[in-house]
Design a binder for this molecule. Structure first.
Ligand SMILES: [Zn+2]
Length: 57
């Protein structure tokens, strides 16, 4: 079950945070609490701009 890690820029405060693209639980911005990813059972729905992608190995 490989997946990627994505860096997402928070739309509210521009904090950049790295998270697993198949996050199993909701991921919130560490700075302002804005929801950055919502689990869907597969790839999480990313809210905000993805600025970087890193393949997991
Ligand atoms: Zn934020």
């Amino acid at each position: 079950m490989a997946g990627s890690f994505v860096t997402v820029a928070c739309p509210d405060c521009e904090n950049e945070q790295t998270l697993f693209e198949k996050a199993a639980s909701e991921v919130a911005c560490a700075v302002c609490g804005h929801t950055l990813a919502t689990p869907t059972g597969g790839k999480a729905t990313i809210e905000g701009e993805v600025t970087d992608v890193a393949e997991a190995r």
